[in-house]
Design a protein. Structure first.
Length: 377
């Protein structure tokens, strides 16, 4: 959406408000100046008030207003959600009824929606190290891994045919993102769930609009008419619009089977990312999995946003094979077994001052203690 469209849009909404008998401020256009879509966060309106300019001229030596200057926009201008901006047009003296109040809120909501649905966006793929760089560059990505060190994302760069599909606004801020990968074995493309900026994500209709835009752009980029399923999401032609679906009940495939998982060629890294739907990477096969452990006992657990492999701090019980966090006090080293054993499986034997598997112990009811069965024979 170009800026002229924004002024037109504001004028249209002002007219709507007036038609409904809601009084707007007569001189708001002379007070709220240079309103336009904010660079760096296209979901907001950036503007400056006349009184602010006067204050700056008075207090900042040599200040000359330049609405084209990004630094000035960031430093001195106000950035607001569109609905909040629209509320500023309403005459503060005007006492509106509660019906009018809810009407104003509804109108502001529609204004918000229209503004957010028309962000100028471009399709962009990130590959290899660029995926990590997109995450590392704070403003460019959405989510808990935003701004984390580059070294967290090595496994993305090492994964065959993996790309981050995004729509970015004119200043490079990512509006929506989803992992895309190509499986050589099945010759199919897979798309993971999408993640959107919070202002887009908060509105289901808006979210679908951007998901549809992203999907269309992805299909065009990979020159396919359709894409194979992704986690809980796939294509549907509902509302004659291509969109993601989150509906298992309608027979939509969930996750691709094991042979379609992305493969990481080098799993060795100092740090690892928290990776949304993916919960682990098998160390031997390099397969990314959506469960903690899918058949490979040696796996990296991607459950932490601070870069650690959660599995590295876990110990396996020699009896039941469950793993426990070392700090849990639920697993003990047993001299007798020369291995670790968990509280469920072990009995403490006082005579040996050791934890021993319940299979090898008997209860001495006379002394009320557990003993190693071999010791009493
Ligand atoms: Zn156990």
């Amino acid at each position: 959406m170009r800026n002229t469209n924004l002024s037109e849009m504001i004028k249209n909404y002002e007219q709507t408000l007036n038609c409904l008998g809601i009084r707007t401020q007569k001189n708001w256009a002379k007070r709220l100046l240079f309103a336009r879509r904010m660079k760096g966060n296209a979901t907001k309106i950036s503007y400056i008030s006349k009184s602010k300019i006067e204050g700056l001229k008075e207090n900042v030596k040599g200040f000359i207003l330049n609405p084209e200057c990004l630094e000035q926009r960031q430093k001195h201008f106000t950035a607001e959600r569109p609905n909040k901006f629209l509320n500023r047009l309403i005459d503060t003296e005007y006492k509106h009824t509660s019906t009018e109040h809810s009407l104003i809120e509804k109108i502001a909501e529609t204004f918000n929606k229209q503004f957010l649905a028309n962000i100028e966006n471009n399709f962009k793929f990130f590959k290899g190290q660029d995926i990590g760089e997109a995450y590392n560059e704070n403003r460019a990505i959405i989510g808990c891994m935003s701004g984390k060190s580059l070294s967290y994302f090595n496994v993305y760069a090492e994964t065959e045919g993996l790309r981050l599909a995004t729509l970015v606004d004119e200043s490079g801020t990512i509006l929506i993102r989803a992992l895309l990968w190509y499986c050589k074995k099945s010759k199919k493309y897979f798309l993971d769930n999408s993640y959107e900026q919070s202002n887009i994500n908060g509105d289901e209709q808006l979210r679908r609009t951007y998901q549809g835009k992203l999907l269309k752009a992805v299909l065009k980029a990979i020159r396919r008419k359709r894409i194979d399923c992704a986690f809980n999401s796939t294509l549907s032609k509902d509302d004659k619009q291509i969109c993601f679906r989150d509906d298992e009940s309608k027979g939509i495939k969930t996750y691709p089977s094991a042979d379609m998982q992305p493969i990481c060629n080098n799993v060795e890294s100092e740090f690892y990312p928290y990776s949304d739907n993916f919960k682990s990477i098998c160390k031997h096969s390099g397969e990314w999995a959506t469960e903690e452990n899918s058949g490979d006992n040696d796996y990296i657990l991607l459950n932490d946003t601070n870069g650690t492999d959660c599995n590295a701090n876990r110990t396996e019980c020699c009896d039941c094979s469950n793993t426990y966090d070392d700090e849990d006090d639920y697993i003990f080293y047993s001299e007798y077994h020369d291995a670790s054993i968990c509280d469920d499986c072990a009995r403490y034997c006082e005579d040996r001052e050791d934890y021993i598997s319940s299979n090898d112990t008997s209860y001495d009811s006379y002394r009320s203690v557990y003993v190693l069965a071999d010791d009493i024979q």
